[in-house]
Write a protein that binds this ligand. Structure first.
Ligand code: APR
Length: 243
């Protein structure tokens, strides 16, 4: 059962923002980063997710991203992605995601801010050209720029690099009436600032995560369960109430 006050907030809100992290794609078969079995347990972050690591061993970094691309290519959006896409018809809804898997767009969402880039984009370290590349698995590792032959890198944000579109993310955050925070451990900044910023601007914070996070201490509503299970309940309640 969903609380009446959450339902009431959902029925009156117009502007909704959803901050998503790796947990929303977990039920699509994409591993999260932290915790037991997380990606960072098997791969040292500094080797595969920093500029220094890439400069030292681009082969290793590309083998890591090639493996992730193979896995992500097999993944389909789950009900949480799909319901968020449907909710664009009800709300002025924006997704701010830390994920690079593109599953929100695959589910049909159009208003997506990808803070950490996209695994299907590559960027030339020589001429700066950016393009989409869906080759799975990659034929050449590391891949080279078609235009200048320079070394390509994944167009994703590594540790120590600035995130994409943070101004847009803050603008959306400051205006929203409800923010869903789904499947993020809220440990990586600046994304982790956003729920607090939304909360200080008066938004209701709805956390969906089987585990406690720093957001739990001030969230207005908490679903201690998986993303698909919580989003199904929320969507059903909205639909029933608006019939
Ligand atoms: N539904 C909802 N949440 C889930 C589910 C699920 N089915 N399964 C796991 N979670 C939660 C975990 O409890 C955890 O809090 O998802 C969260 C995943 O946390 P992280 O692995 O830390 O992922 P994220 O917060 O997205 O990491 C942020 O860190 O390493 C970088 O660039 C990487 O974008 C990533 C960033």
């Amino acid at each position: 059962m969903m609380s009446d006050s959450l339902l009431n907030a959902l029925l009156h809100a117009k502007k909704v923002v959803t901050l998503t992290g790796a947990g929303i794609s977990a039920e699509s078969g994409i591993p999260t980063f932290r915790g037991a079995g997380g990606l960072w347990e098997g791969y040292p972050v500094e080797k595969v997710a920093t500029v220094e690591g890439f400069e030292k061993d681009p082969q290793l970094v590309w083998r890591f991203y090639n493996e992730r691309r193979v896995n992500i290519a097999k993944a389909a959006p789950n009900d949480a992605h799909i319901i968020l896409a449907k909710m664009e018809k009800i709300y002025d809804l924006w997704i701010i995601t830390q994920n690079i898997d593109g599953l929100h767009q695959k589910a049909g969402s159009r208003n997506v801010v990808e803070l950490h880039g996209n695994i299907w984009r590559v960027r030339c370290t020589n001429c700066g050209r950016v393009e989409y590349n869906y080759e799975v698995p990659l034929r050449e590792i590391p891949p080279r720029c078609k235009r200048c032959g320079g070394l390509l890198r994944p167009d994703v944000v590594w540790f120590g690099e600035p995130v994409y579109d943070i101004n847009k993310a803050y603008q959306l955050t400051e205006k929203c009436e409800i923010m869903f925070v789904i499947g993020t451990s809220a440990q990586v900044y600046p994304a982790a600032y956003l729920p607090r910023a939304a909360w200080s601007h008066g938004a209701k914070i709805v956390e969906i995560n089987p585990q406690e996070t720093p957001v739990s201490s001030y969230a207005d509503f908490i679903f201690r369960e998986s993303a698909t299970s919580a989003m199904r309940k929320i969507y059903q309640a909205i639909q029933e109430a608006s019939q």
